[in-house]
Design a protein around this ligand. Structure first.
Ligand code: 4NP
Length: 166
């Protein structure tokens, strides 16, 4: 099963989601083989490591983002990924425009796995204060646990490489 997290720049929210979900799923679903990745819909920061404030906030909670590098969503992602989760509605709309019809049911919002979070979007922390990065981590940790519960319950779609009936 391959899961891709998507934001705008791939230097704040989606690399945080990649690292946090990798850690949470390794702890909560050790029996599942998951491939976890992240990408952006914009190319402003391609090749760069995550934002310094993102790395520092994540490190305070034990997540190491230093080896990650920003990339953009590629057409092949829609062939290889079973689940493509956007951080906000704007990026979900971009994915819906880019995705071939047969991949659209694999798109969603990450916070749909955090129904009690009080919001459907992980807010962009890039132009805000330090507290924004803590809020991003809180939302992403909650949604990561929710996604693990959904995977454990079998409530998430079939792997992309398994032909669908019909
Ligand atoms: P991200 O945050 O989408 O969470 O990585 C942003 C990073 C960079 C920019 C905007 C959002 N930017 O405009 O450069």
């Amino acid at each position: 099963m391959r899961i891709l997290f998507v934001c705008l720049g791939n230097i704040c929210r989606s690399p945080t989601a990649e690292s946090v979900f990798r850690a949470v799923s390794a702890r909560e679903l050790p029996e599942l083989t998951l491939s976890v990745d992240s990408a952006g819909t914009a190319d402003y920061h391609v090749g760069e490591p995550p934002d310094r404030r993102t790395r520092e906030a994540a490190a305070r909670r034990g997540y190491d983002l230093s080896s990650l590098r920003a990339r953009v969503v590629e057409p092949s992602d829609f062939q290889t990924c079973d689940l493509i989760l956007a951080m906000d509605c704007q990026n979900l709309r971009t994915l819906e425009r880019l995705a071939p019809a047969e991949a659209r049911d694999r798109l969603g919002l990450f916070l749909d796995y955090a129904p009690d979070a009080g919001t459907r979007e992980v807010p962009d922390p890039y132009y805000g204060g330090e507290n924004g990065f803590e809020h991003v981590l809180d939302l992403i940790e909650t949604a990561s646990r929710g996604l693990c519960e959904a995977l454990r319950a079998g409530a998430v779609g079939q792997p992309a490489h398994v032909p669908r009936a019909g």
